[in-house]
Design a protein around this ligand. Structure first.
Ligand code: A3P
Length: 295
């Protein structure tokens, strides 16, 4: 279990998303997903693509693995060789049956907005960590990733991408819709929100808060190891092993404000306006500190 959880984010990434594009999600998978039964001890990470889901996914699986290992040792439970690609909506129609056999606690990632998620997640009170990132860096990261990875549409120019992003023609839908839909859940006691930027600013505090939200208690030494293993440098160095060919595309710069290299004045104004109209005065809008990170 430990090994699987530790590598859970990575192990099957290339199988699902690599050369064989037919293995990505489709309407049948979405229908099958309705049968997914959440558990109250599931560890769910919700994040729009490029918000740092691989980073925080690694933190979560490492926290859980370290914690569960201790628990399993105490109980001398046998290791089971079960694993599953961690993104809920990516896989095949049998995935949700197989997931029933996975031992607790399962770490599950999703790029979906809440209204598209299986109802049992909310009904069974699974805890959700919601990861958000400033929209300008999301767009920047998404642009580079789209052009690097052949499974996604590519764009001749940044300007073309910007139009697609703003007119909401994106895989997984519009980020502004995503933020307004998740905002409806931002005050729920089973939802904790964290921003990419705050985690970047103080990773130790962020990891401690995440662990405490999921009821995971680790020693200072164990926490330090989790933090070390999830540093950008360490994840980038291991990325070929963990994510195959996608590794070099996923772990690109790992910082804030790279948008300043792409956005022109007009694009800044357009995004500022949409953000102001739709998100700025919401709970998530405040949390994003737009004035600090996008001006
Ligand atoms: P950039 O393209 O701006 O570098 P996702 O995993 O959701 O696809 O998000 C990818 C983004 O998260 C990329 O942003 C990537 O570099 C960044 N990222 C990945 N691992 C990280 C880490 N350990 N620390 C900081 N950023 C990380």
């Amino acid at each position: 279990v430990t090994r699987l959880l530790q590598n859970g984010i990575a192990v099957h990434f290339t199988n699902i998303c690599g050369e064989d594009e037919t293995k990505q999600t489709n309407p049948e998978v979405f229908r099958a997903m309705e049968s997914f039964e959440a558990r109250s001890d599931d560890v769910i990470l919700a994040g729009y693509p490029k918000s740092g889901t691989n980073w925080v996914g690694q933190i979560l699986s490492d926290l859980v693995a370290t914690f569960e290992k201790k628990r399993l040792e105490e109980k001398s439970v046998n290791d089971e060789e079960l694993e599953e690609f961690p993104y809920l909506e990516i896989g095949d129609t049998e995935k949700y049956e197989r997931m029933k056999k996975l031992p607790s606690r399962r770490v599950i990632l999703t790029h979906l907005s809440p209204e598209k998620l299986p109802k049992s997640i909310f009904k069974n009170k699974a805890k959700i960590l919601l990861l958000i990132r400033n929209p300008k860096d999301i767009a920047t990261s998404f642009f580079h990733f789209s052009n690097a990875w052949s499974a996604l549409p590519s764009y001749e120019t940044w300007d073309d991408f910007f139009i697609a992003f703003m007119t909401e023609k994106m895989p997984w839908g519009s980020y502004f819709n995503y933020l307004s839909e998740w905002n409806k859940y931002a005050a729920d006691e089973n939802v904790m929100t964290i921003t990419y930027e705050e985690l970047k600013e103080n990773q130790t505090l962020g990891v401690k808060n995440i662990a405490s939200f999921f009821g995971i208690s680790l020693t200072g030494e164990e926490l330090r190891s989790v933090i070390e293993r999830s540093s950008f440098q360490s994840m980038k160095e291991n990325s070929l092993k963990t994510h195959g060919a996608l590794g070099s595309m996923l772990f690109r710069k790992g910082g804030v404000s790279d948008w300043k290299n792409l956005f022109n004045e007009e694009q800044n104004e357009k995004m500022d306006k949409v953000f102001e109209e739709r998100i700025a005065r919401t709970k998530l809008g405040t949390k994003l500190k737009y004035e600090v990170y996008c001006k």
